[in-house]
Design a protein around this ligand. Structure first.
Ligand code: C2E
Ligand code: MG
Ligand code: MG
Length: 922
């Protein structure tokens, strides 16, 4: 082929290509070839253009290079063109095959679309291209070609109405059709679900917004959803294996399937969920039961359980035909079962609450305690001032209720206002206290005057309900404690008072002394404690009997109390015949003694005991604060020591002093030194003459011991003899005195001085079996005739153990030694005993003799003792004659002997001798 023919062919191909491109373009077959196909076509075109251009150029420059180049390019372009055409053909063949497959698939889909319940249709450019039969019926229902033309979203729910006004809900899903203008639609009828959901939402919203629904409402709702079913609800009784029928809904039957249904097992173990009843559970019902005509698949159940799994009850849904219960319904039933459950729980807690409320109400109503509730609105701010809070209480508080006991205690009739309540004195007091104490809950006791002006005692506690620093309510609990208070007061009185005399007792005395010490300390007072011991009371009691003793004791307080008023003194009975007076303050001992003297004077006045009149005396011991002790015990002990001492002297008043105290350091030192004193010859004797009145001669002397202590000087026997009597020292001491006295008698005898010496012996000496033999031995040793020796035994020593004394005294008396009763008159000796004892003389006590000129009574006593002694043929000695008048009187009374300072004080042996010499000469 020539070059020009090639060129022509090339041009032809070029146009062919252009034509192909045009066809492709006009038919818009963009996907007619693969991308490499299009590229090969373009490359072929490009090469043809280049080959043409080179060819044009080669005409003017016919070199070999430019001659061959267009041909090569042209060949390559043809090849590329062929390739692109091959791609075109292969692709179109493939498309044809695919189209055939798609057509058969569409047929199959059409078949499916016809069968599914959903409506399906395809819409293109506003026209329904295809619709399945379900869609066709929808078209018929709504009499529209496309009832869903308004749907614009990919998925949406739509409500449509028919001409008749029926409304239907549809779910519409839209799918754009690939490569085509138009969409496919799938439509589901969701009217039923929608209605159910709306219904549930509405009921739930009602429940949420309008509070509780009753069980009946809930069942109604379930029934609306399952209109053909019968719904039963039963409550499981707590702690009982029994379902109690509550309600049923639906059907016309009144049959209660739960009648007498006692179960060993629960009907369901699926808690709070919908499920079909098991055959086993159905078997729990009797064969005759109405429920037996249902199969398990027809009985839906929801067991209602509380949070801990305890069964509250059950809902049974009986359905005539096995109705499909969709998931929504199941959830719905479960939700409603929740409400029923709450209803049950609510019912149970309401029942419990009601029960406890009823119990509380009955407790409050029947309570003996007065209970009142006060509401305060708005609450009282606890940080406000007391005044502010009080006003708030008055104006903003309201009495919500109070029980019958409250009405009773406060004698209320009808309503009560806050102001009236706070006007009641006791309540006012309590409330003020509560407010001031920051609403503390401690109970307080207050006096309350009732309507009849009777004093009562009430115990009040107030409980405040506070929130955020505000008191919102108050509860008053008040108890009438009058009886217990009285009882306690009675007990306290009994505890602190002596029942016989109604005087405060020892316990009360201690309390009072405690209190007065405190006051004395605070104000710098001196305080005194007087202990009074009645003299001769024991005799009254023993001889006249306890009745008279009691009568006498009862008469003490009325006599003494008036004396105490000016001193604001306190009077108490310590027991027996012991009394005490507390003087809260005094200036000097003159005051305490004046009071003590007045008391003694009053007590000495005769007591009229009915048929009898008796006379007694008393001894008073006084201790002082702060001189004698710092506390009650010390003061009581000191007063006791002083009183004991005073008692020895009878009818006397003694202030406490350390010397008289057994436990004082001086006393302890003396006690320790006494034994050594005997061996170291620190003791000596003084002799006091006894004057025989008949011939005015000194025929006797009393040996009285003296102690010259190396450090403490001369110690009085009244101080150390009682101490010696407490220990065995009294034995060697008496022996020393006896020996010393007998030695002295012997000395005097040598000088022709006949003096009968008397020696004092103590109780302990009388119990010493060696006393008798000792005296006998010493009489013999010193060759002293027994008639010049005498023993003086105090009346009290004789009376303490007369039986034993009798034995010793008989033996001594048999020796020829005289026995004299010392201090006679103080001990009220029984004459019966005295007559049994070998007694030669009586020594009338100093107490009577000393005052006999001034005191008629004492004179009478002295006179009667002398008479009695004469009658008993006893020598009678009066000791304590301090003046001539007394001596004269004693002479007149026919007293045998007199001893006293008037004649002579006790003197040393030598002085005694001189005295006797001079006396005789007179
Ligand atoms: P008492 O046996 O009753 O002795 C009489 C006391 O009265 C003596 O005191 C004597 O000094 C005192 N008295 C005598 N006449 C008068 C007077 O006119 N006026 C006053 N105011 N007092 C007078 P004294 O010596 O202090 O003895 C006191 C007591 O000590 C004695 O009382 C006696 O119970 C006891 N006592 C003395 N010596 C002994 C003793 O050797 N052995 C024992 N066991 N007791 C003794
Ligand atoms: Mg004597
Ligand atoms: Mg005497």
């Amino acid at each position: 082929m020539s070059w020009s023919e090639y060129l022509l062919l090339g041009r032809l191909i070029f146009f062919l290509l252009l034509l192909t491109l045009f066809v492709l373009w006009t038919n818009k077959v963009r996907g007619a070839m693969h991308l490499p196909g299009y590229c090969a076509l373009l490359a072929s075109l490009l090469m043809l253009v280049i080959a043409q251009s080179l060819h044009m150029y080669a005409r003017h420059d016919p070199s070999s290079y430019y001659q061959t180049m267009p041909l090569g390019l042209f060949t390559l372009a043809v090849l590329l063109l062929l390739l692109s055409f091959m791609d075109l053909i292969w692709l179109s063949h493939k498309r044809a095959r695919q189209k055939l497959g798609a057509d058969s698939q569409r047929e199959w889909l059409r078949d499916v679309y016809e069968k599914i319940p959903a409506a399906v249709f395809v819409e293109k450019q506003g026209r329904v291209e295809y619709g399945n039969s379900a869609f066709v019926s929808l078209q018929a229902r709504f009499e529209r070609q496309n009832p869903f033309e308004d749907c614009v979203q990919a998925q949406q729910e739509i409500w449509l109405s028919t001409e008749k006004g029926e409304r239907f809900a549809y779910w519409v899903a839209q799918f754009p059709m690939l490569g085509q203008e138009g969409c496919a639609y799938i439509i589901s009828d969701i009217t039923a679900i929608k209605l159910q959901r709306d219904f549930i939402a509405k009921v739930s919203s009602d429940l949420y917004h309008h509070g509780e629904k009753t069980l009946k409402d809930i069942l109604n709702s379930i029934h609306e959803l399952l209109p053909t079913s019968l719904i039963y609800v039963a409550r499981k009784e707590a702690d009982e294996k029994k379902y109690v029928y509550l309600h049923h809904m639906g059907g016309k039957t009144d049959v209660n399937v739960f009648d007498d249904l006692y179960l060993n097992h629960s009907l369901s173990d699926k808690k709070n969920h919908w499920h079909w009843l098991t055959t086993k559970a159905l078997g729990e019902f009797s064969q005759d039961s109405f429920i037996a005509q249902y199969s398990p698949q027809q009985i839906g159940a929801i067991s209602l359980c509380d949070e801990v799994g305890g069964e509250l009850g059950i809902i049974l849904v009986l359905q005539p035909q096995s109705q499909k219960v969709n998931q929504l319904l199941k959830s719905f039933l479960s939700i409603f079962s929740l409400h029923v459950r709450f209803e049950f729980e609510h019912f149970q807690s309401k029942k419990r609450l009601q029960k406890s409320h009823d119990r509380y109400r009955s407790f409050v109503a029947r309570s003996n305690e007065a209970i009142m509730d006060i509401d305060i609105l708005p609450g009282i701010n606890m940080e406000h001032s007391f005044e502010h809070q009080w006003q708030h209480l008055l104006n903003k508080a309201n009495i919500s209720e109070y029980n019958p006991a409250f009405s009773h205690i406060f004698n209320l009739h009808g309503g009560l206002e806050m102001k009236e309540l706070l006007a009641i004195k006791s309540i006012k007091h309590v409330m003020k206290y509560i407010l001031q104490s920051g609403y503390g809950s401690e109970a307080i006791e207050v006096a309350h005057e009732d309507n009849e002006a009777q004093l009562r005692w009430i115990n009040c506690s107030v409980m405040a309900d506070t929130q955020d620093g505000k008191v919102l309510s108050l509860r008053l609990i008040i108890r009438d404690i009058t009886h217990s208070k009285m009882h306690i007061q009675n007990l306290e009185y009994q505890n602190s008072h002596d029942l016989l005399t109604s005087l405060p007792n020892r316990l009360a005395l201690r309390d009072t002394v405690d209190e007065k010490i405190e006051q004395a300390l605070q104000f710098g007072f001196k305080m005194a404690l007087l202990l009074i011991d009645l003299d001769r009371f024991k005799e009254v009691n023993d001889t006249l009997g306890h009745h008279y003793g009691d009568v006498l004791l009862k008469k003490i307080a009325p006599r003494i109390t008036p004396l105490l008023t000016p001193y604001r003194a306190f009077f108490a009975r310590l027991g027996g015949d012991e009394f005490a007076v507390v003087m809260p303050s005094f200036q000097s001992d003159i005051e305490t003694h004046a009071l003590a003297k007045n008391i003694l004077k009053k007590l000495r006045e005769p007591f009229d005991l009915g048929q009898l009149t008796v006379e007694i005396g008393a001894s008073v011991g006084i201790s002082q604060y702060p001189k004698d002790g710092q506390d009650t015990s010390a003061l009581l002990r000191c007063a006791d020591v002083a009183m004991y001492r005073a008692k020895k002297h009878s009818n006397s008043i003694l202030d406490y002093s350390q010397e008289m105290d057994e436990n004082s350091p001086r006393r302890l030192a003396l006690m320790a030194a006494m034994g050594r004193g005997i061996t170291e010859r620190q003791f000596f004797l003084h002799y006091q003459p006894k004057l025989t009145l008949s011939d005015n001669a000194i025929r006797g002397a009393e040996a009285l011991i003296r102690w010259q202590h190396p450090d403490m000087g001369l110690v009085n026997p009244a101080e150390f003899i009682p101490m010696a009597e407490l220990s065995d020292v009294i034995i060697p001491m008496t022996q020393w005195v006896i020996e010393e006295a007998l030695l002295q008698v012997k000395e005097w005898l040598k000088k022709q001085q006949y003096v009968k010496v008397s020696v004092n012996v103590s109780t302990r000496n009388l119990l010493d079996e060696n006393l008798w033999s000792f005296i006998a031995e010493k009489l013999q040793q010193y060759e002293v005739p027994a008639y010049l020796f005498e023993l003086e035994i105090t009346e009290s020593a004789l009376m303490s153990d007369p039986e034993r004394a009798l034995d010793t005294l008989n033996k001594i008396s048999d020796l020829g030694v005289s026995i004299s009763v010392d201090d006679f008159g103080t001990g009220f000796s029984s004459l019966v005993y005295l007559r049994q004892l070998p007694i030669d003389a009586l020594k009338i006590d100093i107490m009577f003799v000393r005052n006999m000129c001034a005191n008629e009574q004492d004179e009478m006593i002295v006179k009667s003792i002398i008479n009695m002694a004469k009658n008993l043929s006893l020598t009678v000695v009066a000791e304590g004659a301090e003046d001539a008048q007394t001596l004269e009187k004693l002479k007149d009374m026919d007293c045998d002997q007199v001893q006293g300072f008037y004649i002579s004080k006790p003197v040393a042996a030598d002085d005694f001798f001189d005295f006797c010499e001079s006396w005789q000469q007179e």
